[in-house]
Ligand binder design. Sequence first.
Ligand SMILES: C[S@@+](CC[C@H](N)C(=O)[O-])C[C@H]1O[C@@H](n2cnc3c(N)ncnc32)[C@H](O)[C@@H]1O
Length: 182
Amino acid sequence: MATMIQIPARHFEMLDRIKAADDDLTERFREKMQVNDRLDRTLVSFQANKGEVGHRWCKYREGFSAELIRYIIEETRLTGPVLDPFAGSGTALFVAAEMGLDAIGVELLPCSAEIIQMRHALLHEDKIALASGIRTAAEKRAWMKPGKECKFSHLQITVGAFPAETERLLGRYLFEAAQTSA
Ligand SMILES: C[S@@+](CC[C@H](N)C(=O)[O-])C[C@H]1O[C@@H](n2cnc3c(N)ncnc32)[C@H](O)[C@@H]1O
């Protein structure tokens, strides 16, 4: 059965503003931009991570491919620390680290920051203990049972973006996760 989703008018207004800002920037830097045929869709998109252990773990549609970051670091002969102010699920940060560079990231969405923390833990913490904790949590599925919820703040783009039941389950999940890590 098809479900109709009402997209709020302000989302379209925002998309128009983003497009206008993008057009302005493109115009401003037109002289400095070049087309690089090596950066085709298969290299750039997150899809390219499907054979990459670690980088494919969490399907982050907006994320970069690990190969793209390797290409950029090699081409620019970057030796200094990497700052990714829009870190997503951390591809640029983890590739930079794999290549021996210090890397630091900033990410707006708490769920994405959590993915980065999880990836960091998988690399640096006790894997057996982590696996056992994850297995226990997955078996108990405590967030599916009635209980307290953590409220979380919304960004403009997440208001009304998912059903009330999903919001409730997220709140339950956050509450249970906080109990586990406390
Ligand atoms: C294209 S994705 C980042 C991909 C990432 N650099 C990688 O290596 O895979 C863009 C990210 O920027 C985040 N973002 C958007 N606005 C932001 C802001 N003002 N401050 C920090 N992060 C932001 C989004 O939540 C999203 O995760």
